[in-house]
Design a protein around this ligand. Structure first.
Ligand code: HEM
Length: 281
């Protein structure tokens, strides 16, 4: 009996995967070191500091990863610029491309459709980016703007207080600390659930590491994109029989599971600590 070969389609280029790897490494380290500083009196934070070589080392690691954050933000700008130049669209058309990354009315309809689907309706006709993926992408921008600018104020308080009154440093600490809590809470629960932990993907979707998805998966998950590729004749050009290398898949699984587990454990520690604080107040 001859087996039908599995076909694949590239979803993420090497450059996109590299940027996302920088995001994972820097964000996870920023969250672990930052939360250990925020909850420094807790035993788990003390354990992180002991493993990491002390609170001073955590502070230095935090600043190093902040630099990586600004670096990947810059790379993302280059990626967007080159994608625009490679498209045959003007800037307005590129930004507001119905299949692009900026949310539009279709996303609102698909969001409502998704909630209906949860209660027995039909699965929405998703395209290349779903509404929750677009939200995640936009969150990088406001997250970096808010956390990054307040973090710079904490890093360079003297320079900052030459421009703004000194009490703004206290405000920057609150903004930084609470927006960071929100960001970590969102990424380690909602983003992890949507991407890896929902039943269709559990325990991990390796696509952001290996780059390509089986064609059948694309057809099922993103039917609008599949139909568009078929209608434009592009599918034949991009489809390949080359599966992601076995070593890459294995590495992706081990690394991915390590990151998902670390983020999940951190969020459980934070939630338990918050409950403890509520009980004590
Ligand atoms: C991206 C640029 C960032 C910069 C420039 C930055 C900078 C800083 C600095 C200078 C501090 C003070 C550290 C110390 O006392 O040694 C700090 C604290 C902290 N950072 Fe960041 N950070 C950034 C991103 C993040 C991210 C992404 C998170 C978490 C998701 C985070 C979470 C925290 C937390 C929780 C604290 C402790 C605040 C407190 O004491 O309440 N930071 N950050």
């Amino acid at each position: 009996m001859t087996r039908t070969p599995v076909l694949y389609v590239e979803r993420f280029s090497v450059f996109q995967r590299f940027i996302h790897l920088l995001i994972i490494l820097s964000f996870l380290t920023l969250a672990v070191t930052g939360m250990a500083l925020k909850f420094a009196t807790e035993p788990w934070a003390d354990w992180i500091a002991r493993v990491g070589g002390g609170f001073e080392v955590l502070g230095a690691l935090h600043r190093f990863c902040a630099v990586i954050t600004f670096f990947y933000f810059f790379l993302t700008m280059i990626l967007l610029y080159t994608s625009w130049k490679e498209s045959d669209k003007d800037l307005f058309e590129f930004i507001f491309d119905p299949e692009g990354l900026v949310p539009n009315l279709t996303d609102l309809k698909e969001m409502i459709g998704t909630f209906k689907w949860f209660f027995g309706g039909k699965r929405p006709y998703y395209g290349h980016w779903t509404y929750w993926e677009k939200f995640d992408f936009m969150a990088v921008f406001w997250g970096i703007a808010v956390i990054g600018s307040s973090g710079l104020a904490l890093w360079f308080p003297e320079q900052f207080s030459r421009l703004f009154p000194g009490y703004w440093i206290n405000i920057a600490t609150i903004i930084h600390s609470d927006e960071a809590l929100l960001a970590a809470g969102f990424i380690f629960t909602i983003h992890f659930y949507n991407t890896h932990l929902r039943p269709e993907k559990f325990p991990l979707d390796p696509v952001i590491f290996v780059g390509s998805v089986p064609l059948e998966e694309l057809k099922h998950e993103r039917p609008r994109e599949y139909d568009q590729l078929v209608a434009s004749g592009e599918l034949e050009r991009i489809v390949t029989r080359r599966a992601p290398a076995a070593w890459l898949r294995r590495l992706a699984t081990v690394f991915g599971l390590f990151v998902v587990t670390t983020g999940s454990v951190l969020i459980v520690a934070i939630i338990l600590t918050m409950f403890k604080y509520i009980q004590h107040n």
